[in-house]
Design a protein around this ligand. Structure first.
Ligand code: SF4
Length: 340
């Protein structure tokens, strides 16, 4: 949908109409449109939230505003409803037809980020009309649309097809799928009309991850990071990490922070950080930290309690619970899959 049309739709929302003070949260790529938004919404007192924002998991504690407008993300169903938050998804069209020869899969699970989620039923039909078996499935309750992938949740990509086709920009989401599943993953970027087989990216990333695991094996002191953002908090996972470290004779402490950046952590005396906040931070921001950042599952590998041969992606299903579906499956038999 056109950006101005989206703003028009917002102006028709009764919550907007009755609001006096409206707060706006913009992804980094949209901040340059702040003046245009301010001009279009000039009938309201407006404040832009300056802090970086990557997902609907980040809903600031209630401020003095009457309505918070989030651009570019869909709600996360299992976080509950937020009456004072308007989610403007900014969905876009895929202009070119998918080149199924370039994809090279006879059966595939179709996925995308939020930007192209509404295009997936149409793309599914097109591919099926050309003889390809296509699965478009609803993920778990952390995602809203069938086929939708988050950087912290790839449940909609799981299945038995030959491979996965991801529609969207950037490598972050398809890399997560490739890491979690032992299947071919093709990323199609509708803006550049390019197809990328994620195998090479995956190998590069895994080399970095196993090097972080090796450094963690010899580390003495661990800082365990917990996010204070409502949709990222996994305190129980942090406590599980602490117990694991205690049992293995390692020293550790828990750090709660809103924005996970090196300058926030640098003065804590940790050799390695265990990140239980947004998994994107471990994947995309890794190089910006002065000490290694690892996930809970990587910590298990470093301490020798998990086999290194199969990499487990850090995913969030529900907040403040052990996130990965793999973890839950692995513990079902013991009847002890919830940590307190
Ligand atoms: S936790 Fe990270 S990956 Fe998940 S929705 Fe939030 S910003 Fe996106």
């Amino acid at each position: 949908m056109d950006f101005q049309e989206t703003l028009k739709m917002l102006k028709e929302d009764p919550r907007y109409q009755s609001a006096k003070l409206v707060a706006v949260q913009l992804p980094e790529g949209l901040k340059r449109r702040a003046e245009e938004i301010a001009h279009t919404l000039s009938d309201k007192e407006l404040v832009f939230i300056g802090d970086p924002f990557w997902g609907a998991c980040d809903i600031p504690p209630e401020g003095k505003w009457d309505l918070l407008v989030q651009f570019g993300h869909s709600p996360i169903p299992n976080l509950g409803s937020f009456g004072k938050v308007a989610f403007l998804e900014l969905q876009e069209e895929v202009k070119n037809e998918i080149d199924y020869n370039a994809v090279g899969l006879s059966s595939l699970t179709l996925t995308s980020n939020i930007t192209y989620s509404k295009e997936l039923p149409r793309i599914k039909k097109y591919l099926e009309d050309h003889g390809i078996k296509v699965t478009l499935k609803r993920g778990d309750l952390r995602v809203l649309y069938p086929g939708q992938i988050l950087g912290c949740n790839i449940s909609a990509a799981r299945g038995d097809d030959e491979g996965v086709l991801f529609i969207g920009e950037g490598m972050f989401h398809p890399l997560g799928i490739a890491l979690a599943l032992d299947r071919k993953v093709i990323a199609y970027n509708p803006r550049t009309d390019e197809y990328v087989d994620m195998e090479r990216e995956k190998r590069k990333f895994l080399a970095q991850r196993y090097s972080a695991v090796d450094r963690a094996t010899s580390a003495r002191i661990f800082g365990i990071i917990v996010s204070s953002k409502i949709g990222q908090t996994r305190y129980s996972l942090a406590r599980a990490a602490k117990r694991l470290l205690d049992r293995n004779g390692k020293r550790s402490f828990i750090i709660v922070a809103d924005l996970i950046r090196d300058e926030v952590l640098v003065n804590f005396p940790a050799d390695v950080y265990v990140n239980t906040a947004c998994p994107r931070v471990t994947i995309e921001d890794y190089a910006s930290f002065s000490r290694p950042l690892i996930t809970y599952y990587e910590l298990e590998m470093a301490l020798g309690v998990r086999d290194k041969s199969r990499y487990i992606l850090d995913e969030i299903v529900k907040t403040d619970e052990i996130g990965s579906t793999s973890f839950w499956r692995g513990n079902e038999s013991s009847g002890n899959n919830r940590l307190h």
